[in-house]
Design a protein around this ligand. Structure first.
Ligand code: SF4
Length: 256
């Protein structure tokens, strides 16, 4: 069975979510061809936000959760049937402003779910309020004078909480995003993939990210925790992308 797009897509024309949808479709279909996955054994969930429509558009087993609650929901799916591959789509508003406790604890437990975080640094579905990852100075509906807060670094948070696969990619890099999604879905344990996803309607950062990405080079050691933490927290003008950290460890489901 092949993963295909169904239903009319209602994202804004040109939304970078289209690219994420394409990357995910390609990632799943390649894993199917490689005999590493069956679409029938894949379950996807999504929270609330523009990202949440991902699961509406694909012909797969899926579920839409309450705001900020897709992580425990999908952990429950994995517990009920450990043979399934479980993917949760979420957004910065959904899991970092609403569901932060679940975000931290899923990493701490090393729950065997894959979290694909669409980070557009804004509440887009509700038309432009700042989130926990909005840059300092962000001007939106609730911060007309500019946000006074420093943004969270979701990958560093997840790494220090215990995540065993931590990666970042950029929505408009379809091939690179597909490859990272494939590796995350093959990983045993909690995998976080942050996907920088400019919202072209309420916070169009695409020009900056199109010109300021930096991929981890081939010599980067992804098995070194201290190195990963240092790389994720060092300041710099470029957005670093790639797989920062990956280790093998017993999953939550294997331990109970
Ligand atoms: Fe995409 Fe932003 Fe439109 Fe939502 S509001 S569909 S994130 S462009």
């Amino acid at each position: 069975m092949e993963l295909t797009v169904k239903n009319k897509i209602t994202w804004c024309p040109g939304c970078t979510n289209f690219a994420i949808l394409e990357s995910f479709k390609q990632a799943v279909n390649e894993l199917v061809v490689e005999n590493k996955l069956k679409v029938e054994n894949l379950v996807c969930g999504a929270g609330i936000g523009c990202h949440g429509k991902m699961v509406d558009y694909l012909n797969l087993n899926s579920f839409c959760g309450l705001h900020g609650r897709i992580i425990p929901t999908m952990t429950g799916v994995k517990l009920a049937n450990p043979a399934l591959t479980v993917v949760a789509f979420t957004g910065d508003g959904d899991s970092l402003s609403e569901g932060m406790e679940h975000f931290i604890h899923a990493a701490k437990k090393n729950s065997d779910i894959k979290l694909f975080l669409h980070n557009n640094q804004v509440f887009a579905l509700t038309t432009g309020q700042f989130t926990a990852t909005s840059p300092k100075g962000f001007k939106g509906r609730t911060t007309p004078e500019g946000s006074t807060e420093e943004p969270l670094i979701p990958l560093a948070l997840s790494l220090t909480a215990g995540a065993t696969f931590v990666a970042r990619t950029y929505a408009l890099k379809i091939k690179e995003t597909k490859e990272i999604m494939k590796q995350a879905m093959e990983h045993k344990g909690f995998a976080l993939v942050e996907i920088i996803q400019p919202c072209i309607t309420f916070d169009d950062t695409s020009e900056f990210f199109n010109n300021n990405l930096e991929w981890l080079d081939k010599t980067y050691d992804k098995y070194n925790y201290q190195n990963a933490l240092q790389t994720l927290t060092m300041s710099g003008s470029k957005a670093k992308c790639g797989i920062f950290y990956q280790i093998n460890k017993l999953t939550f489901e294997e331990q109970i």
